[in-house]
Write a protein that binds this ligand. Sequence first.
Ligand SMILES: Cc1ncc(COP(=O)(O)O)c(C=O)c1O
Length: 382
Amino acid sequence: MLQSQRALFDMPREVCYLNAAGWSPLPLATQAAARAAVARKGQPWTLAKDFADQQNERTRSAAARLINADAGDVALISSIGYGVAAAAKFLTATKGTRVLVLQDDHSSPVLEWQTRAHSQGFTVETIATPADGDWTAAILAAIERPGAAPVSLASISSVHWSDGGLVDLAPVAAALRRQGAALLVDATHGAGILAIDVKALDPDVLLFPTYKWTLGPYGRAFMYVARRHHDGVPLEQTAYGRRAVKAEANVYLADTRYVPDARRYDMGERDHFISMEMAALGMELVAEWGSAALVRRLAMLTDRIADGVRGLPVHVPERRLRAPHILSLGFKGGLQPALVDALAADNIFVAPRLGRMRIAPHAYNDEIDVDRLVAALRRHIG
Ligand SMILES: Cc1ncc(COP(=O)(O)O)c(C=O)c1O
């Protein structure tokens, strides 16, 4: 099994950090590279002419590898919200159709559609949190509900950010395809940990950032776009999104046709050399560990917590319905904020999310961490 990778991080033994789903720490190597990158920006005359291109393509390839995409199908963007706004320019939710979202899903895959619903004449249908925790069955039932308006799009997370529920994307994608509906996946809590294969799944759009599970900085995210949408109009109009708009040429707007692949959707001010390299390093590291090894290790840790809290007044989601790397505990009457504060006072960091306690270990955590959490929970609520 993959061993604890704690030595790669600046993480004192007494700290028990279980909030990778909130924001992860940067590996020591990434911090060192970022310092060097800041110094490089201090001396821009030292940069080779193709430096930006090299960095952008290294990072694009690292992102593509995590989801089994080709680099040309991935755009460099800043956030999930940016990606959803960009996708909303080429994914057409027509009048009279339904756009499906999940109850209490993160705002980024939801609010763009709520904002557009009235002017475009579609309805946003919120799939209620299933009482049995089975998000996949609930989504399939909503897609196939007899007598309902046709579905044009499902804009959903692959792992629910607050309850840790896991969506089995393959049957969802197949059911949408049967209706001719599109699929936008917010893979914020999937990419880098769970195996994702866009070639097999064939979503229309799949998005993920780097500051959580792929151990990178804020402000860097990626948008996979299926080839059938490579003719769309990007959110921002950039020179590098066009075939020949070059500052160093004699003629500036020489060829304003868009570049033919997903690079046309790259964000403005893309060439941020500092965070671009940091993002690549985190993604390369998780790819080196591999999804299978990470899942085994993180499932071992979350299972150990689930076993350890047995008998306490908490609700533990069923193993087959939850993501292997997130354990979100439910409490009768909701989570008392004082409990999270009390744990933090013990140097144990978990996240309160919509009345639940979200516990999210990563490769730097070990059995000592999770046993400390269980002991502290027993002390406080046992
Ligand atoms: C499911 C999910 N999507 C998106 C985000 C972040 O969205 P954005 O990159 O638009 O800030 C988060 C952050 O917590 C999240 O949990």
